[in-house]
Design a binder for this molecule. Structure first.
Ligand code: ATR
Length: 275
């Protein structure tokens, strides 16, 4: 069988192998897919060794390596180039490594599936975090016409995002939450913080009963810490990122096998199997 893998640190919580096993089952396309933990300083070496295997045809890259994956790619798809971040590698016939980013199309698909972005209405979206995941998502939301605000602990990273993505649409950087007039339709957590309650100082005036909340992280058996926080504050509509994970995986699958599976069916199929 041809071989695919997901690389990250940590990686033991990853559902990607399970999801790709279902894709294989569902599509009848046979491939092996496993998860590999990489030490922080050995990303380039591990990827190079992996692709030396003639059966290795592609990989997914997760935190914290999406920025490094961008620089390691021989060629970039347009959306990976714009994002400055890569979550999918494909090795082509000439052993060229193509870097793609399917996070943006994945979350857009899921937000629309959940009716979190109203049709024909511009949403005011707040992105928490400015890492590799945020960089994949922001361009797609801007290109879909929404007003996107970004807040991050490290301001230098938000400034860089503004410089690189501002021309794509209505992008605004927040250094703090002092503006009392801000009210968001949708708040998306892209930070990788699990235990540190960064949300504690998040002001109430930023959201209303109509605001929807989305965490790109997921836990199988309990709410993520972001969702716990949202629910404590009365959020009626909130979701973790399992739908995004399945959608972005479906777009990686499309890149690898040139085959787009019906994503809604796939999400129902995977949800039934694992929830
Ligand atoms: P990913 O590829 O998943 O985006 P990443 O590039 O490592 O991973 O980015 C992680 C994001 O989570 C960053 O925005 C990071 O903030 P900094 O840029 O300030 O490091 C954010 N993050 C991680 N831990 C955090 C914490 N304890 N509090 C606030 N933000 C945190």
């Amino acid at each position: 069988n041809v071989l695919y893998s997901v690389f990250g640190n940590p990686i033991n919580h990853s559902l990607s192998p399970l999801i790709h096993n279902f894709f294989s089952e569902y599509s009848g396309i046979h491939y092996d897919y496993n998860a590999k933990l990489i030490e922080i300083d050995s990303f380039e070496k591990c990827i190079s060794i992996f692709f030396q295997n003639k059966y290795a045809k592609g990989a997914n890259i997760t935190a914290p390596f999406k920025n490094k994956a961008y620089f390691l790619s021989d060629h970039l798809t347009d959306r990976a180039f714009i994002a400055g971040s890569v979550n999918t590698f494909k090795k082509n016939k000439n052993n060229i490594i193509i870097g793609d980013n399917t996070d943006g199309v994945g979350i857009l698909y899921d937000l629309k599936r959940l009716n979190y972005l109203e049709k024909k209405k511009i949403s005011k979206i707040l992105i928490l975090g400015a890492g590799g995941a945020a960089k994949g998502i922001i361009p797609v939301l801007l290109q879909d016409g929404h007003n996107v605000f970004v807040y991050n602990r490290t301001i230098k990273k938000t400034k860089e995002i503004y410089k690189n993505l501002n021309m794509l649409g209505n992008l605004c950087i927040l250094n703090n939450f002092d503006d009392k007039k801000l009210l968001f339709d949708c708040i998306i957590n892209t930070t990788s913080c699990i235990f540190d309650p960064i949300f504690e100082y998040f002001p109430y005036n930023l959201f209303s009963i109509n605001t929807v909340f989305y965490d790109i992280c997921y836990n199988l058996n309990c709410d993520t810490s972001f969702l716990v926080w949202c629910k404590k504050r009365g959020a009626l509509n909130c979701s973790d990122g399992l739908g995004m994970l399945i959608s972005q995986a479906a777009y990686s699958f499309l890149l690898w096998f040139n085959c787009l599976i019906h994503i809604d069916d796939l999400i129902n199929y995977v949800f039934k199997k694992i929830l």
